[in-house]
Design a protein around this ligand. Sequence first.
Ligand SMILES: Cc1ncc(COP(=O)(O)O)c(C=O)c1O
Length: 413
Amino acid sequence: MATTIVPTEAHVTSRFQQIQDLERAYLLQNYARYPLALHRGKGCYVYDTDGKRYLDLISGIGVNSLGHAHPRIMKVIREQAGLLLHTSNLYYHEYQGRLAERLAKVSGLTRTFFCNSGTEAMEGALKMIRAHGNSIRTGKHEIISLENSFHGRTFGALSITGQSKYRNDFEPLLTGIRFVPRNDIEALEAAVSENTAGIVLEFIQGEGGIYSISEPFARKARELADRFNSLFVFDEIQCGVGRPGTYFAYQLLDPVVMPDIALIAKPMACGIPLGAIIANDKAASAIKPGMHGSTYGGGPLAGRVALEFFDILDELLPSINAVGSYFRMRLTELMRKFAFIKEIRGQGLMIGVELTFPCKQLVLDGIAQGILFNCTHDTVLRFLPPYILTEHDVDRAIALLTKILKKIKTTQV
Ligand SMILES: Cc1ncc(COP(=O)(O)O)c(C=O)c1O
């Protein structure tokens, strides 16, 4: 997070400057923002405070799943704002049960807890893991996670995040965490024991550079969790909820490898904060009345928006697959033109393009050209576009990317 990005002149307007100056004066300086202030969006495009248009291929890091100002989402937000925004969890409202029923149907799991973000979902899951282990015997509290994983910024989530750059400043973190390399079945077998209370995996590592776990690794993790009576958790906060072209990334496998718990957040309420822990009966039984809660979690606004989102998602899944394949095919064409593109990875509309050099400057070049994507794991261009992306949008993206890549070809490789 220490890198400072030097804005190109084109982006330093007086309006932008005012916004930046205020933030620099009054905000905690934890974000290295790009030099761009956004004002509004429509479909797959966003507009900055000067009215310049950008093709949005990052969608708020995988959050604006139906793009911007989607008419059906706008309608339910407007209606619900005039009815009831918040109830707390002291009372019932019309949408939590309905949304939990919907999640049970699409996930194959049974019970949901609602919260407000990915990291909060992870915290709840870690409590379920610990409570499950403790209910069996003292000492059964270890958690297995992957090297290079990312699970959030709060203490528990950070403790199982397998990248030291996020953790170092905050040690000591939770104890009893064992990290294994992705897809290393031997290491996984060696790490799991009678003391293991839970195994947590991202099916596709997002912040870690768009790397999928292999089918044998996923099946072995499930088998070991069963053998040692541990809870098996898929963190689908970035890679799930339609983004891979299925409701959940674990459904890409046939037969499906079912987790005991699936965690979701980002795209589910199209920009309204909402996260969830979806559990089977075994995992859910770890939490008894009074053991967990959230003031805002699963409020009527977020719940209603998410229900509308799932209605729309049902129809969108085939196109997420088709447009995602088309995007990867067009990127593969680029790979043939530019030797510094090492690999194209991903599923559906979660795509990583690995380069042979750090790609932060390319993100700035993208902003200058009117296209938004980001750079993760230093050398991976990451695309998490809205699910409404069309082949036409992909063609435009490829044209813009070609322009950008042509410029940097000789200078940066
Ligand atoms: C896989 C994964 N887990 C957890 C999180 C944390 O989510 P949030 O930022 O909503 O707390 C993220 C965020 O990027 C993520 O990608």
